[in-house]
Ligand binder design. Structure first.
Ligand code: UGA
Length: 429
């Protein structure tokens, strides 16, 4: 099929490249000339495992990038809106880019005679496609949705770092459409996938995305709550969750307790669902608590640290791990951010190391000391906090010998707690 992708961020680039790899002709649209040039040269604007190889294979062949909406809409049958949906100052979803993209597509649909389907892939709160996107498309095109063109919603379930794998091997595909013809076109695009393909109306598809992320976030906060209780009872919560996760109805995934969840999705999506619920006059107490438990975890880490180092003034504390999870340089909503903030507020001198994310953290905390390896960050430290589950932290050993006092507060259960001489505390174990 002929596809246009609006927005070449993480979702757009992965979606466009993977659709090209599945044999479609793809045109990516962006306003940023730098990004367009990079994509046309086969250089991904973001890092994702396996993406560069695929983009190199298809750029200039069946995938091209352009700023030209006229060309993109005229030469495609289906457009995916993949623009960012940030949260505004009040915590509500900001639909500015969704509106702009809808208007730009709608203006081009005005002169298009063949049937075209517009699909929202960005994460948007329920009713956005129906009540924001469709009316703008109709107004800008002067045509009727469901008759002259189709509208759909097809949420993404891509983990950062594993997005290409997840696109190619999904657990399920959700096709949202308010008219059957549009739904049929979107389903055709996914022909050949063996996973279940669920069809729903657009607001249900939008809700499925929020509920999936909110449920996973709930599993994490639940595990953290249990972990906090286990810690006080002297029980290993990881053993408990291993036993719990063996129940097929529960599953062993997303039960790792620790510092809590970060990233560009879970915190934002749970907050947006809380916001949407209050709009319809419902108080989502469970979801609010999921966020509260998450906010509290870094505080618990600090409390544990102060058990060993009661006065942090002038003490050198090493923070290992700055990214919101391992294998990414993304620090959005990383639990390391509040953690470092609290350490600085207590008067500590913070040293930090992360294999990939230090560059970004320098914009948030320019005045802490960053090191190129864990050993140097630990040198002379009074204690250390582990904030990200990087695999290399499980191999640390002699490096702890460089600390003034080898106290480790592990927020991610990665450090080997059996190392001789180590004063080890797991946050929930
Ligand atoms: C998440 C979802 O997993 C994807 O399915 C979804 O498509 C994506 O959001 C999105 O909405 O675009 P992602 O944010 O990349 O993906 O990261 P995850 O791997 O889900 O991890 C999120 C956070 O939860 C990390 O901070 C991680 O450390 C934490 N986590 C995860 C735990 O604390 N415990 C766990 O057991 C699992």
């Amino acid at each position: 099929m002929k596809i246009s992708i609006i927005g070449t961020g993480y979702v757009g680039t992965v979606t466009g490249t993977c659709f090209a790899h599945r044999g479609n002709d793809v045109i990516c649209v962006d306003v940023d000339p730098g990004r367009i040039e990079k994509i046309n040269q086969g250089i991904p604007p973001i890092y994702e495992e396996g993406l560069e190889e695929l983009l190199k294979e298809h750029a200039g062949r069946n995938l091209k990038a352009t700023a030209d909406y006229d060309y993109a809409i005229a030469n495609s049958d289906i457009s995916f809106i993949c623009v960012p949906t940030p949260t505004d100052a009040s915590g509500k979803i900001d639909l500015r880019f969704i509106r702009e993209a809808s208007r730009s597509i709608g203006e081009r649909l005005k002169n298009k005679s063949s049937y075209h389907v517009v699909v929202v892939k960005s994460t948007v709160v329920p009713e956005t496609t129906e009540k924001v996107v469709t009316p703008i498309l109709e107004q800008a095109s002067g045509k009727k949705a469901g008759k002259d063109f189709g509208v759909g919603m097809n949420p993404e379930f891509l983990r950062e770092g594993k997005a290409v794998y997840d696109f190619m091997n999904p657990d399920r595909i959700v096709v949202g459409a308010d008219d059957p013809k549009a739904g049929e076109v979107i389903r055709k695009l996914y022909a050949g996938y063996t996973c279940p393909i669920l069809t729903a109306d657009t607001k249900t598809a939008e809700m499925i995305k929020y509920v999936s992320n909110s449920f996973l976030a709930t599993k994490i906060s639940f595990s953290n709550e249990v972990g906090n209780i286990c810690k006080l009872l002297g029980i290993d919560t990881y053993k408990v969750m291993e036993g719990v996760g063996l129940d097929a109805r529960i599953s062993p995934h997303f039960l790792r307790s620790g510092l809590g969840f970060g990233g560009s999705c879970f915190p934002k999506d749970v907050k947006a669902l809380v916001g949407k619920a209050s709009e319809v006059d419902y108080e989502p107490i469970l979801l609010k608590t999921v966020l509260e438990v998450n906010e509290r975890q870094p505080l618990i880490a600090l409390r544990l640290l102060k058990k060993h180092v009661p006065d942090l003034r002038g003490k050198k504390i090493a923070v290992l791990g700055l990214a919101f999870k391992n294998d990414t340089d993304d620090i959005r909503e990383s639990r390391a951010i509040p953690l470092i903030g609290m350490l600085l507020a207590e008067g500590a001198i913070v040293t930090a190391y992360d294999p990939m994310a230090a560059g970004h953290m320098k914009n948030v905390y320019p005045n802490i000391s960053y090191f190129g390896n864990a050993g140097d960050a630990l040198d002379g430290a009074d204690a250390c906090l582990i904030a990200t589950e990087w695999g290399e932290f499980s191999k640390l050993n002699g490096e702890f010998g460089r600390m003034k006092t080898p106290i480790v507060i592990d927020g991610r259960r990665v450090v080997n707690s059996d190392i001789k001489g180590l004063i080890y505390e797991g946050i929930c174990w």
